[in-house]
Design a protein around this ligand. Structure first.
Ligand code: TPP
Ligand code: MG
Length: 375
Protein backbone atom coordinates (compact mmCIF):
# COMPACT_ATOMS: atom_id res chain seq x y z
CA UNK A 1 0.00 0.00 0.00
CA UNK A 2 2.68 2.36 1.05
CA UNK A 3 4.70 1.98 -2.13
CA UNK A 4 1.66 2.63 -4.37
CA UNK A 5 1.00 5.80 -2.40
CA UNK A 6 4.62 6.90 -2.82
CA UNK A 7 4.53 6.26 -6.56
CA UNK A 8 1.40 8.38 -6.99
CA UNK A 9 3.15 11.31 -5.33
CA UNK A 10 5.86 11.50 -7.95
CA UNK A 11 4.64 9.66 -11.00
CA UNK A 12 3.34 12.43 -13.29
CA UNK A 13 5.54 15.26 -14.46
CA UNK A 14 4.40 18.88 -14.34
CA UNK A 15 5.36 21.34 -17.09
CA UNK A 16 5.68 25.10 -16.70
CA UNK A 17 7.69 27.63 -18.73
CA UNK A 18 6.16 31.12 -18.36
CA UNK A 19 5.93 32.49 -14.83
CA UNK A 20 3.32 34.83 -13.39
CA UNK A 21 5.60 37.86 -13.74
CA UNK A 22 6.05 37.25 -17.47
CA UNK A 23 9.56 35.76 -17.18
CA UNK A 24 10.70 32.31 -18.31
CA UNK A 25 11.82 29.63 -15.86
CA UNK A 26 14.48 28.16 -18.15
CA UNK A 27 12.64 25.05 -19.34
CA UNK A 28 13.01 24.54 -23.11
CA UNK A 29 10.68 26.79 -25.13
CA UNK A 30 8.46 25.34 -27.86
CA UNK A 31 9.15 26.28 -31.47
CA UNK A 32 7.00 29.40 -31.71
CA UNK A 33 7.93 32.47 -33.75
CA UNK A 34 7.27 36.06 -32.69
CA UNK A 35 4.27 36.30 -35.06
CA UNK A 36 2.70 33.13 -33.68
CA UNK A 37 3.09 34.34 -30.10
CA UNK A 38 1.38 37.61 -31.01
CA UNK A 39 -1.33 35.71 -32.87
CA UNK A 40 -2.01 33.59 -29.77
CA UNK A 41 -2.16 36.74 -27.63
CA UNK A 42 -4.57 38.45 -30.04
CA UNK A 43 -6.81 35.38 -30.11
CA UNK A 44 -6.90 35.16 -26.31
CA UNK A 45 -7.91 38.83 -26.09
CA UNK A 46 -10.60 38.28 -28.74
CA UNK A 47 -11.95 35.39 -26.64
CA UNK A 48 -11.94 37.48 -23.47
CA UNK A 49 -13.91 40.27 -25.15
CA UNK A 50 -16.26 37.73 -26.74
CA UNK A 51 -16.91 36.38 -23.23
CA UNK A 52 -17.52 39.83 -21.65
CA UNK A 53 -19.89 40.92 -24.41
CA UNK A 54 -21.76 37.61 -24.56
CA UNK A 55 -22.51 37.65 -20.81
CA UNK A 56 -23.97 41.16 -21.29
CA UNK A 57 -26.03 39.99 -24.27
CA UNK A 58 -27.45 37.18 -22.14
CA UNK A 59 -28.46 39.69 -19.46
CA UNK A 60 -30.25 41.69 -22.17
CA UNK A 61 -32.08 38.57 -23.35
CA UNK A 62 -30.27 38.55 -26.70
CA UNK A 63 -28.53 35.19 -26.23
CA UNK A 64 -29.70 32.16 -24.24
CA UNK A 65 -27.85 30.63 -21.27
CA UNK A 66 -24.12 31.06 -21.91
CA UNK A 67 -21.09 29.22 -20.49
CA UNK A 68 -18.12 31.43 -19.62
CA UNK A 69 -14.47 30.96 -20.62
CA UNK A 70 -12.70 33.65 -18.55
CA UNK A 71 -9.45 32.31 -17.09
CA UNK A 72 -9.18 29.33 -19.40
CA UNK A 73 -8.13 31.15 -22.58
CA UNK A 74 -4.54 29.84 -22.53
CA UNK A 75 -5.51 26.18 -22.17
CA UNK A 76 -7.93 26.37 -25.07
CA UNK A 77 -6.13 28.74 -27.42
CA UNK A 78 -2.59 27.37 -27.05
CA UNK A 79 -3.82 23.76 -27.40
CA UNK A 80 -5.79 24.72 -30.53
CA UNK A 81 -2.75 26.45 -32.05
CA UNK A 82 -0.75 23.25 -31.53
CA UNK A 83 -3.23 21.32 -33.70
CA UNK A 84 -3.21 20.96 -37.47
CA UNK A 85 -6.33 22.05 -39.36
CA UNK A 86 -6.89 18.42 -40.37
CA UNK A 87 -6.98 17.18 -36.76
CA UNK A 88 -10.40 16.88 -35.14
CA UNK A 89 -11.36 18.88 -32.05
CA UNK A 90 -14.20 17.79 -29.72
CA UNK A 91 -15.53 20.62 -27.57
CA UNK A 92 -17.77 20.70 -24.50
CA UNK A 93 -19.98 23.74 -23.77
CA UNK A 94 -16.92 25.48 -22.16
CA UNK A 95 -14.86 25.60 -25.38
CA UNK A 96 -15.90 28.80 -27.16
CA UNK A 97 -12.26 29.96 -27.02
CA UNK A 98 -11.04 26.75 -28.70
CA UNK A 99 -13.72 27.15 -31.39
CA UNK A 100 -12.67 30.77 -32.00
CA UNK A 101 -8.98 29.75 -32.16
CA UNK A 102 -9.93 26.96 -34.60
CA UNK A 103 -11.57 29.62 -36.81
CA UNK A 104 -15.24 28.79 -36.37
CA UNK A 105 -16.96 31.85 -37.88
CA UNK A 106 -18.06 34.12 -35.02
CA UNK A 107 -21.48 34.44 -36.61
CA UNK A 108 -22.01 30.67 -36.35
CA UNK A 109 -20.87 30.69 -32.74
CA UNK A 110 -23.33 33.47 -31.93
CA UNK A 111 -26.14 31.66 -33.73
CA UNK A 112 -25.38 28.65 -31.52
CA UNK A 113 -25.54 30.66 -28.28
CA UNK A 114 -28.72 32.33 -29.57
CA UNK A 115 -30.26 28.86 -29.71
CA UNK A 116 -29.99 28.26 -33.45
CA UNK A 117 -28.02 25.06 -34.02
CA UNK A 118 -28.39 24.92 -37.80
CA UNK A 119 -24.80 26.04 -38.35
CA UNK A 120 -23.27 24.15 -35.41
CA UNK A 121 -22.06 21.41 -37.75
CA UNK A 122 -21.33 23.65 -40.73
CA UNK A 123 -18.35 22.70 -42.93
CA UNK A 124 -17.11 26.31 -42.56
CA UNK A 125 -16.49 25.58 -38.86
CA UNK A 126 -13.50 23.40 -39.76
CA UNK A 127 -12.72 20.02 -38.25
CA UNK A 128 -14.53 20.78 -35.02
CA UNK A 129 -17.34 18.61 -33.74
CA UNK A 130 -20.52 20.31 -32.53
CA UNK A 131 -20.55 21.28 -28.85
CA UNK A 132 -21.47 18.49 -26.39
CA UNK A 133 -23.71 19.68 -23.54
CA UNK A 134 -24.00 16.33 -21.70
CA UNK A 135 -20.84 16.12 -19.61
CA UNK A 136 -18.13 13.77 -21.00
CA UNK A 137 -20.10 12.39 -23.96
CA UNK A 138 -17.66 13.95 -26.43
CA UNK A 139 -14.77 11.84 -25.06
CA UNK A 140 -15.78 8.49 -26.65
CA UNK A 141 -16.63 10.38 -29.87
CA UNK A 142 -13.03 11.60 -30.09
CA UNK A 143 -11.76 8.08 -29.49
CA UNK A 144 -14.07 6.76 -32.23
CA UNK A 145 -12.70 9.23 -34.75
CA UNK A 146 -9.14 8.34 -33.72
CA UNK A 147 -9.99 4.65 -34.18
CA UNK A 148 -11.31 5.40 -37.68
CA UNK A 149 -8.20 7.41 -38.56
CA UNK A 150 -5.99 4.54 -37.43
CA UNK A 151 -7.91 1.99 -39.49
CA UNK A 152 -7.79 4.23 -42.58
CA UNK A 153 -4.14 5.12 -42.06
CA UNK A 154 -4.87 8.89 -41.99
CA UNK A 155 -2.12 10.90 -40.34
CA UNK A 156 -4.43 12.87 -38.07
CA UNK A 157 -5.21 12.93 -34.38
CA UNK A 158 -8.25 13.92 -32.37
CA UNK A 159 -8.11 16.21 -29.37
CA UNK A 160 -10.89 16.31 -26.81
CA UNK A 161 -11.47 18.92 -24.12
CA UNK A 162 -13.36 18.14 -20.93
CA UNK A 163 -13.48 19.28 -17.31
CA UNK A 164 -12.34 17.86 -13.99
CA UNK A 165 -15.96 16.85 -13.26
CA UNK A 166 -16.12 14.82 -16.48
CA UNK A 167 -13.42 12.48 -15.15
CA UNK A 168 -15.94 11.04 -12.67
CA UNK A 169 -18.14 9.77 -15.49
CA UNK A 170 -18.03 6.34 -17.11
CA UNK A 171 -17.56 7.77 -20.62
CA UNK A 172 -14.15 9.11 -19.62
CA UNK A 173 -12.93 5.75 -18.29
CA UNK A 174 -14.35 3.70 -21.17
CA UNK A 175 -12.78 6.05 -23.70
CA UNK A 176 -9.40 6.06 -21.93
CA UNK A 177 -9.36 2.27 -21.69
CA UNK A 178 -10.23 1.78 -25.35
CA UNK A 179 -7.72 4.40 -26.52
CA UNK A 180 -4.93 2.85 -24.45
CA UNK A 181 -5.67 -0.68 -25.54
CA UNK A 182 -5.75 0.16 -29.26
CA UNK A 183 -2.98 2.81 -29.02
CA UNK A 184 -5.16 5.39 -30.73
CA UNK A 185 -4.08 8.84 -31.95
CA UNK A 186 -6.03 10.88 -29.41
CA UNK A 187 -5.03 13.62 -26.98
CA UNK A 188 -7.21 13.99 -23.87
CA UNK A 189 -7.10 17.55 -22.51
CA UNK A 190 -8.67 17.88 -19.08
CA UNK A 191 -9.10 21.51 -18.10
CA UNK A 192 -9.02 21.17 -14.37
CA UNK A 193 -10.57 24.55 -13.53
CA UNK A 194 -10.93 23.45 -9.88
CA UNK A 195 -14.76 23.41 -9.93
CA UNK A 196 -17.58 21.38 -11.44
CA UNK A 197 -20.30 23.98 -10.93
CA UNK A 198 -20.29 24.04 -7.08
CA UNK A 199 -18.32 20.81 -6.53
CA UNK A 200 -14.64 21.51 -5.78
CA UNK A 201 -11.82 19.44 -7.25
CA UNK A 202 -11.09 17.76 -3.87
CA UNK A 203 -14.64 16.32 -3.82
CA UNK A 204 -14.24 14.90 -7.32
CA UNK A 205 -11.58 12.22 -6.91
CA UNK A 206 -9.26 10.79 -4.26
CA UNK A 207 -6.40 10.75 -6.78
CA UNK A 208 -3.66 13.25 -6.11
CA UNK A 209 -3.69 14.33 -9.75
CA UNK A 210 -6.08 13.76 -12.64
CA UNK A 211 -3.16 13.15 -15.03
CA UNK A 212 -2.10 9.99 -13.17
CA UNK A 213 -5.34 8.26 -14.18
CA UNK A 214 -3.67 7.63 -17.57
CA UNK A 215 -1.23 5.23 -15.94
CA UNK A 216 -4.01 2.77 -15.11
CA UNK A 217 -4.90 2.69 -18.81
CA UNK A 218 -1.34 2.13 -19.95
CA UNK A 219 -0.31 5.49 -21.32
CA UNK A 220 1.32 8.75 -20.37
CA UNK A 221 -0.27 11.44 -18.21
CA UNK A 222 1.18 14.89 -17.65
CA UNK A 223 0.20 17.99 -15.71
CA UNK A 224 0.75 21.40 -17.19
CA UNK A 225 0.33 24.97 -15.97
CA UNK A 226 -2.93 25.70 -17.75
CA UNK A 227 -2.37 29.46 -17.69
CA UNK A 228 1.00 29.27 -19.49
CA UNK A 229 0.71 29.24 -23.29
CA UNK A 230 4.27 28.00 -23.85
CA UNK A 231 3.94 24.95 -21.62
CA UNK A 232 0.52 24.05 -23.03
CA UNK A 233 1.61 24.50 -26.64
CA UNK A 234 4.70 22.34 -26.09
CA UNK A 235 2.97 19.52 -24.25
CA UNK A 236 0.02 19.36 -26.69
CA UNK A 237 2.28 19.59 -29.77
CA UNK A 238 4.46 16.74 -28.48
CA UNK A 239 1.40 14.63 -27.63
CA UNK A 240 -0.09 15.17 -31.11
CA UNK A 241 3.19 14.25 -32.78
CA UNK A 242 3.48 11.13 -30.67
CA UNK A 243 -0.12 10.18 -31.50
CA UNK A 244 0.45 10.60 -35.24
CA UNK A 245 3.67 8.57 -35.07
CA UNK A 246 1.83 5.57 -33.60
CA UNK A 247 2.81 6.29 -29.99
CA UNK A 248 -0.79 6.22 -28.70
CA UNK A 249 -2.75 8.58 -26.48
CA UNK A 250 -1.76 11.10 -23.79
CA UNK A 251 -3.80 12.60 -20.96
CA UNK A 252 -2.92 16.23 -20.29
CA UNK A 253 -4.23 17.90 -17.15
CA UNK A 254 -4.24 21.69 -17.50
CA UNK A 255 -4.18 23.27 -14.04
CA UNK A 256 -6.30 26.36 -14.50
CA UNK A 257 -9.22 28.23 -12.94
CA UNK A 258 -12.70 29.31 -13.92
CA UNK A 259 -12.60 33.01 -13.00
CA UNK A 260 -16.30 33.65 -13.70
CA UNK A 261 -19.50 31.92 -12.69
CA UNK A 262 -20.04 28.43 -14.14
CA UNK A 263 -22.55 29.93 -16.55
CA UNK A 264 -24.97 32.84 -16.75
CA UNK A 265 -27.36 30.69 -14.64
CA UNK A 266 -24.92 30.44 -11.71
CA UNK A 267 -23.70 32.62 -8.83
CA UNK A 268 -20.29 31.31 -7.74
CA UNK A 269 -20.17 33.69 -4.74
CA UNK A 270 -22.60 31.29 -3.05
CA UNK A 271 -20.02 28.49 -2.81
CA UNK A 272 -16.45 29.82 -3.14
CA UNK A 273 -14.42 32.54 -1.47
CA UNK A 274 -13.36 35.82 -3.02
CA UNK A 275 -9.82 35.19 -1.66
CA UNK A 276 -9.56 32.08 -3.78
CA UNK A 277 -10.69 33.95 -6.90
CA UNK A 278 -8.25 36.80 -6.19
CA UNK A 279 -5.34 34.37 -5.77
CA UNK A 280 -6.04 32.93 -9.22
CA UNK A 281 -6.45 36.37 -10.80
CA UNK A 282 -2.72 36.84 -10.12
CA UNK A 283 -2.10 33.88 -12.44
CA UNK A 284 -4.29 35.31 -15.25
CA UNK A 285 -3.11 33.77 -18.54
CA UNK A 286 -3.65 36.91 -20.63
CA UNK A 287 -1.93 39.33 -18.22
CA UNK A 288 1.01 36.93 -17.99
CA UNK A 289 1.55 36.74 -21.74
CA UNK A 290 1.10 40.49 -22.11
CA UNK A 291 3.90 41.05 -19.56
CA UNK A 292 6.12 38.69 -21.58
CA UNK A 293 5.51 40.35 -24.95
CA UNK A 294 5.90 43.83 -23.48
CA UNK A 295 9.14 42.90 -21.73
CA UNK A 296 10.42 41.52 -25.04
CA UNK A 297 9.58 44.71 -26.94
CA UNK A 298 7.08 43.08 -29.31
CA UNK A 299 3.95 44.74 -27.89
CA UNK A 300 3.07 48.31 -26.92
CA UNK A 301 0.17 50.19 -25.33
CA UNK A 302 -0.73 51.45 -28.80
CA UNK A 303 -0.89 47.87 -30.16
CA UNK A 304 -3.16 46.98 -27.27
CA UNK A 305 -5.50 49.88 -27.94
CA UNK A 306 -5.73 48.98 -31.61
CA UNK A 307 -6.35 45.31 -30.80
CA UNK A 308 -9.21 46.09 -28.43
CA UNK A 309 -11.04 48.15 -31.02
CA UNK A 310 -10.43 45.50 -33.74
CA UNK A 311 -11.85 42.77 -31.49
CA UNK A 312 -14.92 44.81 -30.58
CA UNK A 313 -15.47 45.58 -34.26
CA UNK A 314 -15.29 41.87 -35.23
CA UNK A 315 -17.62 40.82 -32.44
CA UNK A 316 -20.19 43.53 -33.03
CA UNK A 317 -20.27 42.70 -36.75
CA UNK A 318 -20.86 39.01 -35.94
CA UNK A 319 -23.67 39.85 -33.49
CA UNK A 320 -25.33 42.08 -36.08
CA UNK A 321 -25.14 39.33 -38.66
CA UNK A 322 -26.47 36.67 -36.30
CA UNK A 323 -29.33 38.87 -35.08
CA UNK A 324 -30.35 39.70 -38.64
CA UNK A 325 -30.38 36.02 -39.58
CA UNK A 326 -33.70 34.41 -40.42
CA UNK A 327 -34.95 32.47 -37.38
CA UNK A 328 -35.37 28.70 -37.64
CA UNK A 329 -38.89 27.43 -38.21
CA UNK A 330 -40.60 25.81 -35.26
CA UNK A 331 -41.12 22.67 -37.38
CA UNK A 332 -37.33 22.21 -37.31
CA UNK A 333 -37.62 21.16 -33.66
CA UNK A 334 -39.11 17.89 -34.86
CA UNK A 335 -36.53 17.07 -37.52
CA UNK A 336 -33.31 15.04 -37.51
CA UNK A 337 -34.17 12.45 -34.85
CA UNK A 338 -36.34 9.96 -36.73
CA UNK A 339 -36.24 9.13 -40.44
CA UNK A 340 -40.05 8.98 -40.29
CA UNK A 341 -41.88 11.11 -37.80
CA UNK A 342 -43.68 8.91 -35.21
CA UNK A 343 -47.38 9.54 -34.38
CA UNK A 344 -46.74 11.22 -31.04
CA UNK A 345 -44.40 13.82 -32.57
CA UNK A 346 -46.93 14.47 -35.34
CA UNK A 347 -49.52 15.18 -32.64
CA UNK A 348 -47.16 17.56 -30.83
CA UNK A 349 -46.34 19.31 -34.09
CA UNK A 350 -50.06 19.78 -34.79
CA UNK A 351 -50.60 21.20 -31.32
CA UNK A 352 -47.68 23.61 -31.73
CA UNK A 353 -49.00 24.72 -35.13
CA UNK A 354 -52.28 25.63 -33.42
CA UNK A 355 -50.36 27.69 -30.84
CA UNK A 356 -48.49 29.51 -33.60
CA UNK A 357 -51.85 30.17 -35.33
CA UNK A 358 -53.04 31.84 -32.13
CA UNK A 359 -55.49 29.07 -31.27
CA UNK A 360 -55.98 27.24 -28.02
CA UNK A 361 -54.53 23.83 -28.96
CA UNK A 362 -56.81 20.87 -28.83
CA UNK A 363 -54.70 18.74 -26.50
CA UNK A 364 -54.69 15.05 -27.14
CA UNK A 365 -54.07 12.76 -24.24
CA UNK A 366 -53.30 9.41 -25.71
CA UNK A 367 -51.03 8.00 -23.06
CA UNK A 368 -52.67 4.59 -23.48
CA UNK A 369 -51.29 4.51 -27.00
CA UNK A 370 -47.70 4.55 -25.78
CA UNK A 371 -47.86 1.01 -24.47
CA UNK A 372 -46.67 -1.31 -27.16
CA UNK A 373 -46.41 1.28 -29.91
CA UNK A 374 -43.33 3.24 -28.97
CA UNK A 375 -40.87 2.95 -31.87
C1 TPP B 1 -24.47 13.99 -18.15
C2 TPP B 1 -24.63 15.31 -17.46
N1 TPP B 1 -24.84 15.37 -16.14
C3 TPP B 1 -24.98 16.56 -15.52
C4 TPP B 1 -24.93 17.72 -16.25
C5 TPP B 1 -25.06 19.06 -15.54
N2 TPP B 1 -23.75 19.73 -15.53
C6 TPP B 1 -23.45 20.69 -16.42
S1 TPP B 1 -21.90 21.26 -16.23
C7 TPP B 1 -21.60 20.22 -14.95
C8 TPP B 1 -20.26 20.24 -14.25
C9 TPP B 1 -19.14 19.80 -15.10
O1 TPP B 1 -17.92 20.14 -14.51
P1 TPP B 1 -16.54 19.94 -15.25
O2 TPP B 1 -16.52 18.63 -15.94
O3 TPP B 1 -15.48 20.20 -14.26
O4 TPP B 1 -16.55 21.05 -16.39
P2 TPP B 1 -16.57 22.64 -16.24
O5 TPP B 1 -18.03 23.04 -16.31
O6 TPP B 1 -15.92 23.02 -14.97
O7 TPP B 1 -15.83 23.13 -17.45
C10 TPP B 1 -22.71 19.45 -14.67
C11 TPP B 1 -22.78 18.45 -13.59
C12 TPP B 1 -24.71 17.62 -17.65
N3 TPP B 1 -24.61 18.70 -18.43
N4 TPP B 1 -24.55 16.41 -18.23
MG1 MG C 1 -14.40 21.97 -13.91
Amino acid sequence: MDSIHKISKTIVPMMQILLEDGTLNGNPMPKLGKEQIIEIYKTMVLCKIFDDITVKLQRQGRVGPYVTIRGQEASQVAASFAMDDKDWMFPSYRESAALIARKMPLRNLYLYWMGDERYAGDAANGNNFPVAIPVSTQIPHAVGVAFGAKIKGDRIASLVFFGDGATSRGDFHEAMNFAGLFKLPVVFVCQNNQWAISVPRNRQTASETIAQKAIAYGFEGIQVDGNDIFAIYKVVKDALEKAKNGGGPTLIECLTYRLSDHSTADDAKKYRSQEEVESWKKKDPIDRLRLFIEKNGIWSAKDEEQLLSECEGKINAAIKEAEAFESPKFEDLFKHTFAEMPWFLKEELDELKQVYDGKEPEMTNKVEKIEGSFP
